[in-house]
Write a protein that binds this ligand. Structure first.
Ligand SMILES: *Cc1c(COP(=O)(O)O)cnc(C)c1O
Length: 378
């Protein structure tokens, strides 16, 4: 027998309450029973998204909600600005191009955060830009950007700010109404502590206004149609009923803990993880702007990061490697969602064992000790 631990930035571990809620006979969605569940979920989603706007639930992974933002807000050949500092920033450019938009890309060095002044400059030079697409927590590099600063720029213009907050919602604050963010997107298999299969999207008043003139076609991801249904606690098509029942449980856990405490928990676990890897003599990949969802770490010079990931997997601990040109160079330890003190200890401890096996010279236990000290301090 081997016990397994999931320390990846999606999918994330499931709380027992969430697991249990899915082991039930299916109910029909065109019923009062479902509508009651949906009503509670809608309220709690507003709480987690820190907004008074409706948060729409889509039966898709997060990328479906990203695609919905592109199609529902634009017409062919619209100029848009994409901030790209990793795999998920690139995805915005790919979706925009796929639908015939004209993306200008601000290429940010992977592991860095975009300089908001560059965005202000791009918008001043190209006032025809309809939308800025960004990634709050770039999961591929472990970098967090300053969304508040970006919103301060876009909210003074007619340009909309669309935020992929897929590994930031439920991790770091994003009071979208207050900051003036126009679209926020997330997905179920991240801080929501659910299996994959739900996408979430919420739009500001002016983003809804934009949907009235957007000409790109959309059928399954037609947000206007979806909103019309969801405000009546129904969905346009068959919803992922089981996942929505599980979502009710997960949101209740978040509400009971309190969103502020959820944020401080992620901060504390990130701090402990960072202290642990630093004590092992390792460097962070996004040292200047670490995401609180996932810590990206540079592998020691002569050790392939993939080897570390593989060794940890052998012990039953799953972490993520690097993607594209970072493959073999970095590994990513997640502390996202249903995670607590000893998940960090397990992660750092397994990392030490993997490093030892790979021949890296360090003092065994030094990473765990550093993490424990942070965790003990509160
Ligand atoms: C997980 C993730 C996505 C969505 O990916 P899906 O596989 O479609 O769920 C998008 N952006 C970021 C930053 C992510 O972490």
């Amino acid at each position: 027998m081997q016990k397994r631990y999931l320390l990846t930035p999606g999918p994330t571990p499931l709380p027992p309450e969430v697991v249990r809620s899915q082991a039930q006979p299916i109910i029909h969605h065109r019923t009062e029973e479902f509508e009651q569940i949906f009503a509670v979920v809608r309220q709690d989603l507003k709480y987690v998204f820190q907004t008074n706007q409706d948060v729409l639930i889509l039966a898709s992974s997060g990328t479906g909600a990203m695609e919905a933002a592109v199609t529902n807000l634009h017409s062919a050949e619209d100029d848009v600005l994409v901030i790209s500092g990793g795999k998920f920033g690139q995805r915005w450019g790919q979706i925009a191009s796929c639908y015939g938009l004209k993306p200008t890309v601000i290429e940010v060095e992977w592991g860095q955060a975009v300089d908001p002044a560059k965005v202000a400059q791009a918008l001043a030079q190209n006032p025809q830009i309809k939308t800025v697409f960004c990634t709050y927590s770039e999961t591929s590099t472990g970098a967090l950007i300053d969304v508040k600063a970006l919103a301060a720029i876009t909210s003074k213009t007619d340009t909309l700010l669309v935020v992929d907050s897929i590994t930031a919602t439920g991790v770091v604050p994003l009071p979208m109404d207050e900051w003036g963010v126009d679209v926020v997107i997330s997905g179920s298999q991240k801080a929501f502590m659910l299996p994959p299969g739900l996408g979430f999207i919420t739009l500001s008043k002016r983003a809804w206004k934009r949907t009235e003139t957007a000409k790109l076609p959309s059928f399954y991801f037609n947000l206007t149609k979806e909103r019309k249904n969801q405000v009546t606690n129904q969905t346009a098509y068959t919803p992922a009923i089981t996942l929505i029942i599980a979502l009710k449980e997960a949101l209740e856990l978040i509400r009971k803990e309190g969103l502020d405490k959820v944020f401080t928990r992620h901060q504390r676990l990130a701090n402990a993880t960072i202290a642990g890897v630093k004590a092992l003599g390792l460097e962070l990949f996004a040292a200047a702007c670490p995401s609180l969802a996932v810590t990206a770490v540079k592998a020691p010079a002569n050790i392939d990061a993939g080897k570390i990931v593989k060794a940890m997997k052998k012990y039953g601990v799953t972490i993520a490697g690097g993607q594209d040109h970072l493959k073999g160079k970095i590994f990513r330890v997640s502390h996202l969602g249903y995670v607590d003190t000893f998940d960090v200890i397990i992660g750092i401890s397994a990392l030490e064992m993997a490093l030892k096996e790979a021949g890296y010279a360090f003092e065994m236990g030094s990473g765990v000790k550093a993490a424990q000290e942070v965790l003990l301090a509160g």
